[in-house]
Design a protein around this ligand. Structure first.
Ligand code: SF4
Length: 356
C-alpha cells in the first residue's frame, strides 16, 4: 500500500534488467547531455521559464534554452550546448543543475525519462531503456540469460502518451517474434530470418557468395549514414580502406573467440531494441517489410563493427561505445527510411546483411 510519503508507483511491463537501470552520470563515456540537440515541449519550456529557483540557476536556464526555428507543441525549444558540446545545464560532476537543485519532477520530460521509453499497449504500459545509452548496453552485456519480461511497480511517472494505434500488433504477437531471438543457442541471423518469414518478408538467407554483396552494401550504407553521425563517420573512416572485407569470415571467427559472449549479447541487444520500438509497429505489409529491412541492416552493422572496428584487439568498452553510437543513429534519425531508400537503390536483398 503506497503511503503518502513514498512516490506514487505505476505498473509497467518491463525487461528484467530494467529495475536495476541507473544513469552513470559523471562516469558516462558519451553522455546523452552532450553532442545531441535536446528538444523540449512547449509545456516544459514555459514551466522551466517560470520555475522558482536560485538566481544562478535562473541565469543558466534563461541562457540555455533557445526557441526552435519552427516551434511545435512537442518540439518548441532546444537546450543550447556550451563550447565543449555539453548541455549548458550539465555540471562538472555530470549531474544536471536543474535536477540537482529542484529534483526530478521539474525536469523536461526528455531529460527526466531518457533513455527510458514508455509505450502504450492494449494490456497496459510498457517501459524499457534505449540501446543508445551505454549503461543499458553494459547491463545487457553482464546478463547470463535471455531477457525475461514481467509487470512491475515503478515510481516512474509516465509522460503524456499518444492514443494506442489500432494498427499496432498485440503484445502477444510482438513477444512471440522476440522469443525467436531468445531460444537456446540460436544465431541472431537465423532468428531474424525466422522473424522475416513470420512477417511475410523477403528473408531468404543468401549463400556465402553473397557475402561480397553484403560487404559492398554495408560499406556504401556506412558512407551515407556517416554523413549524419560523427561517431559513425569516425568508425567508418577506420574501415573504409578496403581492409574491411579481406578474410572477413576468418576475422569474425577470431573475434568470436575473443568475445564468446557476443552472440548471446547481440540477441539481447536486438530483443531490447525490438521491445523498445514495439516492433513491428504496423500490420501493413509495406511497413513490415520496411521495418524488417532496417532490422537486417542493424544486424549487418552490429556484426561489421564488431569485426572491423573492435576485432581481436578491441575492448568491451569500445564495443559498447560503437554500439551506443550506432543505436543513437538508429533511434534518433529516419534510419528505417534511409535504409529502405538505400536497399531499393541497391537492389540487393536485405537478408544478405544476415551473412555478416
Ligand atoms: S547515456 Fe545513459 S548513462 Fe550516459 S548520461 Fe545518458 S542516461 Fe546516463
Amino acid at each position: 500500500m503506497d503511503d503518502e510519503r513514498s512516490p506514487k508507483a505505476y505498473t509497467y511491463f518491463v525487461p528484467d534488467y530494467f529495475p536495476g537501470f541507473s544513469c552513470k552520470i559523471g562516469t558516462c563515456r558519451s553522455a546523452c547531455c552532450s553532442g545531441w540537440p535536446v528538444s523540449i515541449s512547449r509545456e516544459n519550456y514555459f514551466h522551466l521559464l517560470g520555475v522558482d529557483c536560485t538566481a544562478d540557476l535562473r541565469r543558466r536556464l534563461d541562457c540555455s534554452m533557445r526557441m526552435a526555428d519552427y516551434p511545435t507543441p512537442e518540439c518548441y525549444a532546444y537546450f543550447e550546448h556550451r563550447y565543449d558540446g555539453e548541455c549548458a545545464l550539465r555540471m562538472a560532476d555530470g549531474r544536471c543543475a536543474v535536477h540537482a537543485e529542484l529534483g526530478e519532477d521539474v525536469l523536461a520530460d526528455v531529460c527526466r525519462l531518457y533513455p527510458r521509453g514508455v509505450r502504450r499497449s492494449e494490456c497496459g504500459e510498457e517501459c524499457s531503456a534505449a540501446n543508445s545509452c551505454e549503461a543499458t548496453l553494459e547491463l545487457l552485456w553482464e546478463m547470463d540469460s535471455p531477457i525475461a519480461f514481467a509487470d512491475v511497480k515503478l515510481p516512474l511517472k509516465p509522460p503524456e502518451l499518444s492514443p494506442l494505434s489500432p494498427d499496432l500488433p498485440t503484445r502477444e504477437e510482438r513477444m512471440m517474434l522476440i522469443s525467436y531471438l531468445q531460444e537456446e543457442g540460436v544465431s541472431p541471423a537465423a532468428a531474424i530470418a525466422r522473424i522475416g518469414e513470420s512477417l511475410g518478408c523477403d528473408a531468404v538467407l543468401g549463400n556465402t557468395a553473397d557475402l561480397s554483396i553484403a560487404l559492398d552494401a554495408v560499406s556504401t550504407m556506412l558512407t551515407h549514414l556517416g554523413e549524419r553521425n560523427e561517431t559513425i563517420r569516425a568508425l567508418s573512416a577506420r574501415i573504409l580502406t578496403g581492409a574491411d572485407r579481406a578474410d572477413y569470415t576468418e576475422r569474425k571467427q577470431a573475434f568470436l573467440i575473443r568475445f564468446p559472449r557476443w552472440t548471446s549479447f547481440v540477441c539481447r541487444v536486438l530483443v531490447n531494441h525490438l521491445f523498445f520500438e514495439q516492433f513491428p509497429c504496423s500490420r501493413k505489409a509495406v511497413q513490415r517489410q520496411a521495418e524488417f529491412r532496417a532490422l537486417c541492416a542493424i544486424y549487418g552493422l552490429v556484426s561489421y563493427f564488431a569485426v572491423n572496428c573492435i576485432g581481436e584487439n578491441g575492448s568491451e568498452s569500445e564495443l559498447i561505445d560503437a554500439y551506443a553510437a550506432l543505436f543513437r543513429l538508429v533511434e534518433h534519425s529516419n534510419f528505417t527510411a534511409a535504409v529502405n531508400f538505400f536497399f531499393r537503390g541497391m537492389g540487393s536483398s536485405c537478408a544478405s546483411m544476415l551473412l555478416l
